[in-house]
Design a protein around this ligand. Structure first.
Ligand code: ZN
Length: 90
């Protein structure tokens, strides 16, 4: 593959490209789709990962966090909200 044709997007966009049409339909219908168990460095075991779509920032990957295993929303939205909170503009 030539450098000019190399994929330029992020990991979430790549995951989307790998989805089948049926999986893309389920993502559209349910707002998220399971993309497999993955283990990140420092983890004792793998966790289920999900692909979601943010209306502002596009696709992102999330996994269960904390004791309640909540799935976090879009990290960029969270960052914007935190910055606004720091500036006290909320
Ligand atoms: Zn977002």
């Amino acid at each position: 593959m030539t450098p000019s044709k190399r994929f330029q997007g992020n990991a979430a966009e790549l995951e989307y490209l790998l989805l089948t049409p049926w999986q893309r339909f389920k993502l559209w219908l349910f707002g998220q789709i399971y993309i497999g168990h993955k283990q990140q460095s420092g983890w004792t075991k793998s966790q289920p990962h999900y692909l979601r779509r943010c209306g502002k920032h596009g696709f992102y990957i999330t996994h269960p966090h904390g004791w309640h295993h909540d799935l976090y929303g879009c990290e960029q939205c969270r960052r914007v909200a935190l910055e606004a909170l720091k500036r006290r503009t909320l």
